[in-house]
Design a binder for this molecule. Structure first.
Ligand code: GLU
Length: 371
């Protein structure tokens, strides 16, 4: 193997494999495309790179066991996921002569900081014991409010939680093109992306995949999350064995999204990219006149109004009346209480709320978003 001397020495990578590679015909699992991916994983481990696999495919693998007429209902999809997940794990397991571990997550496991850290600890412990973690969303128990929804974004959250150096997202095309290569023969592959801006999202278009839930858009969202954590991100053609041979020798076979030079601090990254906004605190000029050091001292008079239905401990957006986003914050009070205090005229929240003088915002969890 002629390894590029400039090739990064990754300690830990996450590879995301989609449903179309695992269950191409939605008729059970097939190892047709998995052999080269498994070989890549084995070879990474041989050179000392730890690997985490994020694998979709439970719904596609279980689909053939259900009556085709009702396969669009959520309840049936959840049952397909339950049935297909074990087949998918068994398929991967057959390809390795080392142990694998199934880790099923929902967004509820990632949006709580303690649980997120616990996911990190479990992945660390598995890897340090040479076990391959195989992660999927636990579709069987998710609800709209609790799900990540696609494994591209999940893989970026996992890569951040696992402190990976690289995220490799397998696609059914070679990478990001400046137009849809399936429709436009002049479309060109973009080899390097240094800034994931509106033009890049525009190139990704809408979310389309015949088998899974992802498309190029969710892959760009995932890359956006990962690079801001300092993670080298690649979109490669998972159907083509050459992609993996190239990666092993340090070449870019698809699109390389370069990591930010100054990655976000982990907790801010988690606030910004993993937690979900459950409501909004709309603030007025009194809040805007505070300097950054005192902005966490949001008082009832700063609140113009409150939107959404949230509980104490949820993450909410603080924004100006004109829509400018100021911060993502963890609130110590529910929307119900904050709606009430917003309409009162009192300096201290403790005057409104019986037994506490806890500030409205949890000081530890304030992530500024910039106007
Ligand atoms: N979790 C889903 C499954 O295992 C896949 C989600 C996706 O396609 O991104 O079927």
């Amino acid at each position: 193997m002629n390894i590029d001397p400039e090739a990064p020495q990754w300690q830990r990578i996450v590879i995301k494999v989609g449903s179309a590679l695992i269950a191409p015909n939605r008729n059970g699992c097939s190892s047709q495309y998995l052999l080269s991916i498994a070989n890549f994983i084995v070879r990474c481990r041989m050179i000392g790179t730890q690997v985490v696999l994020v694998s979709s495919g439970s719904v596609a693998a279980g689909a053939h066991l259900f009556n085709a007429e009702d396969n669009s209902s959520m309840t049936v999809k959840k049952a397909m996921a339950a049935a297909g997940q074990s087949e998918m794990m068994a398929t991967w397991d057959r390809l390795f002569d080392f142990n694998t571990a199934q880790v099923l997550l929902t967004h509820a496991d990632l949006k709580e900081r303690d649980r997120y850290i616990s996911v990190r600890d479990t992945i660390d412990t598995l890897l340090n014991n040479n076990i391959l973690p195989i992660i999927n969303e636990n579709d069987t128990v998710t609800t709209d409010k609790l799900k990540v929804g696609d494994n591209d974004n999940l893989s970026a959250m996992v890569a951040s939680a696992a402190n990976a150096d690289a995220l490799i997202i397998c696609s059914d095309i070679d990478g990001l093109y400046n137009a849809n290569p399936k429709l436009d023969s002049t479309a060109q592959l973009i080899a390097d992306v240094y800034d994931i801006n509106a033009d890049i999202y525009q190139m990704a278009g809408g979310a389309t995949s015949d088998v899974g839930t992802g498309g190029m858009k969710t892959k760009i969202q995932a890359a956006d999350k990962a690079v801001s954590h300092g993670i080298d991100t690649y979109i490669v053609n998972g159907f083509n064995e050459v992609s993996f041979n190239e990666l092993l020798i340090g070449r870019n076979p698809g699109t390389h999204f370069h990591p930010h030079k100054k990655p976000m601090q982990d907790q801010h990254h988690w606030m910004k990219h993993t937690t979900k906004i459950q409501g909004e605190l709309v603030v007025g000029d009194t809040f805007m006149m505070k300097d950054e050091a005192t902005r966490d001292l949001l008082v009832p008079q700063d609140l113009l109004h409150v939107t959404g239905n949230f509980s104490a401990g949820d993450v909410v957006l603080v924004r100006k009346d004109n829509g400018d986003k100021l911060a993502k914050v963890k609130t110590n009070y529910s929307s119900c209480l904050l709606n009430f205090v917003a309409t009162q005229n009192s300096e201290h929240i403790s005057e409104q709320l019986d037994n506490t003088d806890e500030p409205i915002l949890s000081k530890q969890y304030i992530t500024l978003l910039g106007a």
